[in-house]
Design a protein around this ligand. Structure first.
Ligand code: ADP
Ligand code: MG
Length: 831
């Protein structure tokens, strides 16, 4: 008898024996569904019968025992009709299942099914042989979901190591290793339908294989001619001489890759390939293509995952409460897992992706909401800021706040007097004036004699903030004197550091501005009430937590210029309230941006000379992607010398890079700020925050090596004054002139638009940087899928309202899953 039918029989019987009390299965009979429908499909029961069983059992728990009896008998009758009565007769003749009987059915041999995808379901379920059968007892696999992968038959130490590299450590990880794409062998392109630029998989027969040397390039070229019914295609592999022998043994082959052109003919270069067996040619199936690393091959990994799917899928428990699953119209987890690996068709694949993507967002949201609730349940000191007093303080600024700045400040003032810890993100494009808003908030806290810490990602930026706060905040009628504000960075002399630490601990120092140095152990505050983090995307979430822990439920404000599309902001910053400064100070002009090829560099130099002659200043950036990269560094230093000597000999140039001694850095910045130097040659150390209003040219060399967000930040260093400003991008290579990021820069100054594009080009993981993880976890969810995010958010919110601590028994699985998802360092902020 088929396993799935046997299972029904067993449980129905038990239920009948117990008088239909719905206790035959733990949690109720409905609980078998998530695994049953999968088994039933494996058994190739018709979809009609599967749906009939599911729909009737789903509401089973709500029925009276009498109705239950009717329902079960009804289902059984249908099953009986369907199978022609055979299965049933045997089973009814049999007594209750005998658990001691030997396992009777083995999982199908995987050696074949993995390489050759399972055959398409038969139109009609084949009849079972009518010999007496033992009730099946599913054979327990030799491993559990949380077993290390080495316990899976076929995975040795070496392969395990390779898998570890992909982050796969347990059997469960294997189940959750999703294909990066699927090849649809049911809808292949024939060779005569190929187009230049297509990304395709084709299947054909290898007609000939040859290899030759290209002496000029010292390489071996292996060429194969592959044909199908429609035509033939020449395919080339470079520098893989061993392929000649391998390919000559292959008859049928599948090739995946991009269709290119060579001398007017279509070709493929270095495509992924796989030998195919005769049957495979005719299976119309969608097969998974997994991410690989050295030491792994597609075929083998497919086989392993297929094996693990077959043996452990029934152990997978769906953590999503059925109510949420139903409301969001999601398929059960087990089905989704099965379908994401071996989808029946494109529609089921889509449903599987939807389900699994929902889980990702939902888990993330649950964590974020719980975090928020936790914060909101805490008390914080109340800081009033009467309007009259505030107006007086605002008068210290050399300008009026923009409406957007005012609005943000109002929201912050409300937070500060709410009695709950502020937890606010202040977001505004580069140059929108976030610092002034932060400065006013600091004043409010200082007025009540409490302490503030302001943390910036670089010492250059910390120093700049120190100077401007000293200028604006200390003075007549200010709660702050010059002695109350201090700078603590890595290069601060040890003796002074000690002094500052003492001042903070004893409470004389009210405002400390610094870098990571603030987080170091010995810094203790007497009464830290406000923590401000500038350019927060440069810090990890743990650092946010660490700074916050230096006080008792202090108010927190984080600032960022990385404009994040709304859907993403809601998700990632769901635990923060958001203020947006969506307006630049008056009089700003768009920075005129040009993309020049390396040969046009002289034009850029001419522009710089012209601007400097008018009394303005310029930045020239060299890409030094890693501050430790010696050769890049040398290039930057040599360029500086060459420019000073040959190009700008009449001007004085400054040089700034991360390897300089901190005092030298400060001196170089000071000289530039005071206009002693007119042109600053720098690596990316000035990327964020630096504010030199009279700088009007930003020339970025090797521009193709920077990300879009970085380029936008660089550009934000100019155009801060009244004068028209320019940004010139020169890629290192003429062919990068077509670079999408660089072109986008010339098309818009709008940070939001650029961020959206960046997100599309790079995906959320890279966009946010791996440090803001949580997002590296999102392998399926498209963060741009607003509808899905909203749905998951709603579900999370409802659940939190219903069971804030996830204390209910039925939420235990979920609670555990959330904890796993939000492991320390994995994006949680459980401070
Ligand atoms: P960001 O938001 O990038 O941190 P900053 O705080 O560095 O921006 O401000 C950018 C520049 O704009 C600074 O030179 C600052 O003095 C100036 N600024 C800020 N607010 C205003 C305003 N309301 N009116 C005029 N200039 C302003
Ligand atoms: Mg700033």
């Amino acid at each position: 008898m088929k396993k799935s039918i046997e299972k029904l029989r067993k449980f129905f019987r038990l239920e009948a024996d117990r008088g239909y009390d719905n206790k035959a299965v733990m949690g109720g009979l409905g609980n078998i569904l998530s695994s049953w429908d999968l088994e039933a499909r494996e058994d190739q029961l018709s979809e009609q019968i599967i749906q009939a069983v599911i729909s009737r059992l789903r509401d089973y728990h709500q029925l009276t025992p009498d109705s239950r009896e009717v329902v079960l008998k009804g289902i059984w009758k249908r099953v009986q009709d369907y199978t022609g009565g055979k299965d049933i007769q045997q089973s009814t003749a049999q007594s209750a299942p005998d658990a001691a009987s030997p396992p009777q059915e083995k999982t199908p041999p995987l050696e074949t099914t993995a390489d050759q995808p399972p055959p398409p379901p038969a139109a009609k379920a084949p009849k079972e042989p009518s010999q007496p059968e033992q009730p099946p007892v599913s054979q327990p696999p030799a491993y559990e979901l949380d077993s290390p992968i080495t316990e899976v038959k076929g995975i040795g130490a070496k392969r395990a190591q390779a898998l570890n590299k992909l982050g796969i450590n347990t059997v469960n990880d294997l189940l959750f290793t999703f294909p990066r794409r699927h090849d649809d062998y049911s809808q292949l392109k024939t060779i005569n339908k190929l187009w230049y630029g297509d990304e395709v998989t084709i299947i054909g027969t290898v007609k000939s294989v040859s290899s030759r040397q290209i002496h000029s390039k010292k390489m071996t070229l292996v060429e194969a001619v592959v044909t199908d019914k429609s035509g033939s295609l020449r395919v080339t592999w470079f520098n893989q001489p061993w392929l000649e022998k391998q390919l000559s043994r292959v008859k049928h082959i599948s090739l995946s890759g991009e269709v290119e052109q060579y001398l007017g003919r279509l070709t493929m270069n270095n495509p992924d390939w796989e030998p195919l067996s005769e049957e495979q040619l005719h299976t119309n199936r969608i097969v998974p293509v997994y991410p690989l690393t050295e030491g792994l091959n597609q075929k083998w990994l497919r086989k392993m995952i297929h094996q693990v799917l077959q043996t452990t899928l029934p152990q997978v428990i769906d953590p999503l409460p059925p109510k949420i699953r139903d409301q969001a119209e999601l398929i059960p987890l087990q089905t989704a897992l099965k379908e994401i690996h071996y989808p029946e068709d494109h529609q089921t694949l889509k449903r599987a992706i939807t389900r699994l993507a929902f889980d990702e967002i939902f888990l993330l949201q649950m964590g974020v909401f719980r975090q928020k609730i936790l914060w909101e349940s805490r008390e914080a000191r109340v800081f009033e800021s009467p309007c009259e007093w505030m107006d007086q303080q605002l008068a210290r600024l050399p300008y009026q706040l923009t409406n957007a700045q005012q609005k943000a400040l109002t929201q912050i003032r409300e937070d500060l007097q709410s009695g709950r810890p502020m937890n606010r993100l202040l977001q505004g494009d580069v140059g929108s004036g976030k610092t002034a808003v932060a400065a006013m908030s600091i004043l409010i806290v200082a007025e009540h004699s409490a302490q503030t810490a302001l943390m910036a990602p670089t010492s250059i930026l910390a120093e700049q903030h120190y100077q401007s706060l000293m200028e604006f905040l200390s003075g007549e009628d200010s709660p702050l004197g010059e002695e109350d504000i201090r700078l603590l960075i890595g290069s601060t002399p040890e003796q002074e550091k000690d002094q500052i630490r003492r001042g903070l601990e004893e409470g004389q120092i009210k405002v400390v501005i610094g870098t990571h140095a603030l987080l170091e152990e010995p810094v203790i505050f007497d009464d830290l009430q406000l923590a401000v983090i500038d350019e927060q995307h440069r810090f990890g979430v743990e650092q946010r937590g660490t700074l916050r822990e230096k006080g008792q439920n202090p108010h927190l404000m984080v600032m960022t210029a990385t404009p994040i599309p709304r859907s993403l902001a809601l998700t990632i910053y769901g635990d923060l309230d958001i203020s947006i400064i969506d307006q630049l100070p008056p009089g700003r002009q768009e920075v005129e941006t040009h993309l020049l090829s390396p040969s046009e560099r002289e034009r850029a130099y001419r522009l710089i000379r012209g601007q400097v002659d008018q009394g303005n200043q310029a930045f020239i950036i060299y890409p030094l992607v890693e501050e430790s990269d010696q050769s890049d560094l040398r290039a930057a230093v040599e360029e500086y010398e060459r420019l000073q000597r040959e190009i700008f000999s009449d001007y004085s140039l400054g040089l700034l890079h991360g390897r300089l001694h901190p005092e030298q850095k400060e001196e170089t910045m000071a000289e530039f700020r005071n206009r002693e130097t007119q042109i600053l040659i720098s690596t990316s150390v000035i990327e964020v925050g630096v504010d030199i209003p009279q700088a009007t040219v930003m020339l970025v060399e090797g521009a193709h090596r920077f990300g879009l967000a970085q380029l936008h930040q660089f550009r934000g260093r100019v155009g801060r004054g009244k004068d028209k400003a320019y940004c010139i991008l020169i890629p290192g290579d003429t062919k990068e002139i077509e670079n999408k990021r660089l072109l986008a820069m010339t098309e818009t100054n709008d940070g939001f638009k650029l961020a959206e594009l960046d997100l599309k080009l790079r995906g959320p993981g890279q966009f946010l940087g791996t440090r803001q993880s949580g997002y590296s976890e999102l392998s399926l969810a498209k963060i741009t899928d607003v509808e899905m995010i909203e749905k998951a958010r709603r579900a999370a919110r409802d659940l939190i309202q219903e069971d804030p601590d996830l204390a209910a028994q039925k939420h235990q699985e979920l609670a555990q899953k959330i904890n796993q998802f939000w492991t320390p360092g994995g994006g949680s902020d459980l401070s």
